[in-house]
Write a protein that binds this ligand. Structure first.
Ligand SMILES: C[S@@+](CC[C@H](N)C(=O)[O-])C[C@H]1O[C@@H](n2cnc3c(N)ncnc32)[C@H](O)[C@@H]1O
Length: 339
């Protein structure tokens, strides 16, 4: 397949990624990172597979990912959950995907991450805002798989600032003791390492509204890709799991966010996308030279760099109306209660 576009470090390929991957030699890729079409009920423009067919659809991709990855490499998949049509229960498809990739294809689950989008609107409205029987679905699973139990990785690449509580401990000292859980909180915890190890919950709002990419699409009358992930998501894994010059592939490239990130971080990259219209917009990402790499995009102590996750007890409802015996099946009973 000839490239649709080439840059200094990477290329965009127009076509079916399964076909593209089949043409690669074995063990030549360091990281496959992607957000595939989700198994959604409400279809996106680019056509999703329904959740009950999803695992079968994905399996050949899984085998190709395993074949082309080096034994030290990683596969990272950002995938959202889905609701069962017409009822307030969830599909299991993304868990079935993980089980298939491990049990049938032979990947290891290195770690599961959760991408929390703090700006996600409450949906599906019927269950969340009308009947009030479910909470906001604002988290995607990000599966990190590896062909062996020992993929190359370093959490030192993705550190975060210390919390105020930790800064207090570092300043005022800490009494080493055994926690009730049995964990030995030794003196080592009071050593200032300059930054903290992040958890596997990654908070990134998906609120892009005035980026160069969007302005480029507008200028050229192109429809922006409807399901883009924020650049900080692939950036986290590209930094943690690869070195400069390593090879990264995004087989469901969309608007080539992964390519833009890799160009900036000096990784070699290929994004494969089968819809040409999305690639016309993606060209805008490579029109200018990449931004220089920065250690930190924001003032780490500044406003808006941290999201507050409330303790659940921050505001329990004091008015406990009895729960509906029918679990909210009858819409009218619940819809009357607005608080
Ligand atoms: C969720 S989107 C990816 C969005 C991308 N991460 C971004 O931020 O722009 C999934 C994309 O996979 C593409 N796609 C689906 N099947 C494909 C295939 N077999 N080969 C290449 N692209 C495919 C779809 O056209 C869609 O654009």
């Amino acid at each position: 397949m000839s490239p649709f576009h080439k840059t200094r470090r990477g290329q965009i390929v127009l076509g079916d990624s399964l076909e593209y991957l089949a043409g690669l030699k074995a063990e030549c890729v360091d990281l496959v990172i992607t957000s595939p079409p989700f198994g959604l009920v409400r279809k996106k423009d680019y056509g999703n597979v329904e959740s009950h067919e999803y695992v079968d659809w994905f399996k050949p991709f899984g085998h190709e990912f395993k074949r082309v990855l080096k034994s030290s490499g990683s596969l990272v998949i950002d995938i959202g959950g889905a609701w069962i049509p017409g009822q307030p229960t969830r599909s299991l498809y993304h868990f079935e995907l993980a089980i298939m990739l491990c049990r049938e294809v032979g990947f290891y689950l290195a770690q599961e991450f959760f991408w929390w989008n703090p700006s996600k609107l409450p949906s599906p409205a019927e269950w969340v805002t009308v009947r009030r029987i479910r909470v906001k679905d604002a988290v995607n699973v990000v599966w990190w798989f590896s062909p062996t139990p020992w993929p190359r990785a370093s959490n030192k690449r993705v550190l975060v600032p210390y919390s105020d509580a930790m800064k207090g401990l570092l300043k005022n000292g800490y009494r080493a003791k055994l926690r009730p859980s049995g964990h030995d909180i030794s003196e080592k915890f009071s050593r200032d390492n300059g930054a903290a190890i992040p958890p596997n919950l990654i908070a990134i709002p998906n609120t892009e509204s005035n980026s160069y990419y969007l302005r480029y699409c507008e200028k050229h009358e192109l429809k922006p890709h409807p399901a883009r992930f924020p650049a900080a998501l692939p950036e986290f894994f590209v930094r943690m799991l690869t070195d400069e010059g390593d090879v990264v592939i995004d087989p469901f490239g969309g608007s080539c966010v992964t390519g833009e990130v890799c160009e900036r971080l000096r990784r070699k990259w290929t994004c494969i996308e089968m819809c040409e219209d999305y690639l016309k917009g993606a060209l805008g990402r490579f029109e200018r030279p990449p931004e220089p790499q920065q250690e930190c995009l924001f003032d780490p102590n500044g406003e808006g760099t941290a999201y507050r996750l409330y303790h659940p007890a921050a505001r329990w409802s004091v008015h406990e109306d009895p729960l509906d015996e029918d679990g909210g099946k009858e819409r009218t009973i619940n819809a009357r209660r607005r608080t």
